[in-house]
Design a protein. Structure first.
Length: 299
C-alpha cells in the first residue's frame, strides 16, 4: 500500500500533554519538570503541552505557569515544540496568559473551550479569536465537551480556521463523523486528544496525537503513527490493539492521577497531586500495574 498523504503538522506529530511535577510539600518542581521533559523528548515526542488539564492547570498560579514554560523551554525548547496551555473560562485571563507565554518564548498556544459558563457558539468564536489576536503565536483549539460542557460546532471551527494563527485542533469530542466533516471543511491540522481514538482519527485525516499515555508509551505511539503513514495499516492496527490495556488502564479514573502513579512506578518525576485530585488507592495502583503490564509497559 502506498504511503498515506497527511496535512501539515505545525507542532509535529506526537506530542504529550505533560503533567506538572510537584515536590513532596506540593511546591512546583522545576528540576523534575525539566528532567521529565527531557525524558519525553528523548522517547520520541515532537512537542510537549504544558499547563494543560493534565498539567493541573486549574490549581497552578499564573506565576507557576510562567515558570514552568520557562523551565521546559530551557530543557527541550531547541529540540521540541513547547505549547503553553492558556485556556480559561475568562477571556481576559486567557489573553493575559497568552501574552505571558509569548513573552517567555513558548512556540504555540493551546486554548480549551471555556468551561462551566457554557457560552454560545458566537461566544466561543469571539473568545478563541481574541486569543489568536493577542499574540503572534500559532493556536491549537482544544475541543473537549465532556469537560467544558460545550462542543465547538463544526460551523464555528470552520469560521475560526479562517484566522491565520488558528492552525490546529485537539479533538477530544469522541465523534468521528463530526471530526470527518470538520477536517474536510476547515483544513486545520487535526490532533487526536483521545488516546483510544488515535488510530481511528488518523483514518479520517488527523495528523498526529496530543497524548496522555505518551508519558509511558511514546515509542509505541510513534511506531503506530509511522506504520500508518507508511501504508502498513495492519501493523498500525496490531499496535493499537496491543495498547488497548494501556488506553483503558490510564483512564480508569482521572488521567492525571493515573499518569502520576505510572510515572512514580517508573521512578520518573511526578510528585503528589493538588486537591481536589487525590492519589490512587492500593487496589487501584495494583490494577494499574496489571493494565500497564498487559500493554507491554515495563515497570
Amino acid at each position: 500500500m502506498a504511503p498515506i498523504s497527511t496535512p501539515q503538522t505545525p507542532f509535529g506529530r506526537v506530542l504529550t500533554a505533560m503533567v506538572t511535577p510537584f515536590t513532596a510539600d506540593g511546591a512546583l518542581d522545576l528540576d523534575g519538570a525539566q528532567r521529565l521533559a527531557a525524558h519525553l523528548v528523548d522517547a520520541g515526542n515532537d512537542g510537549l503541552v504544558v499547563n494543560g488539564t493534565t498539567g493541573e492547570s486549574p490549581t497552578t498560579s499564573d506565576a507557576e505557569k510562567n515558570e514552568l514554560v520557562r523551565a521546559v523551554l530551557e530543557a527541550v525548547g531547541d529540540r521540541a515544540h513547547v505549547i503553553a496551555g492558556v485556556g480559561t473560562n475568562d477571556t481576559r485571563h486567557s489573553l493575559e496568559l497568552a501574552r505571558a507565554a509569548e513573552k517567555t518564548g513558548a512556540h504555540g498556544l493551546l486554548a480549551v473551550t471555556p468551561y462551566y459558563n457554557k457560552p454560545p457558539q458566537e461566544g466561543l468564536f469571539r473568545h478563541f479569536s481574541a486569543i489568536a489576536d493577542a499574540t503572534g503565536l500559532p493556536v491549537m483549539l482544544y475541543d473537549i465537551p465532556g469537560r467544558s460542557g460545550v462542543p465547538i460546532n463544526t460551523e464555528t471551527i470552520v469560521r475560526l480556521a479562517e484566522h491565520p494563527r488558528i492552525v490546529a485542533n485537539k479533538d477530544a469530542k469522541g465523534d468521528l463523523g463530526r471530526a470527518s466533516w470538520a477536517i474536510a471543511r476547515s483544513g486545520l491540522a487535526w490532533y487526536s486528544g483521545d488516546d483510544m481514538l488515535n488510530l481511528p482519527l488518523l483514518s479520517v485525516g488527523a495528523c498526529g496525537f496530543v497524548s496522555v499515555v505518551g508519558h509511558v508509551v511514546t515509542p509505541e505511539l510513534r511506531a503506530l503513527l509511522d506504520a500508518y503513514l507508511s501504508g502498513d495499516v495492519r501493523k498500525a492496527t496490531e499496535l493499537h490493539l496491543r495498547l488497548l490495556p494501556v488506553f483503558t488502564g490510564m483512564f480508569r479514573t482521572q488521567g492525571v492521577i493515573t499518569t502520576k502513579a505510572a510515572l512514580a512506578l517508573q521512578n520518573l518525576p511526578a510528585g503528589p497531586l493538588r486537591m481536589p485530585l487525590v492519589e490512587l488507592s492500593a487496589d487501584e495502583t495494583h490494577q494499574l500495574k496489571i493494565d500497564l503490564a498487559a500493554g507491554g509497559v515495563h515497570l
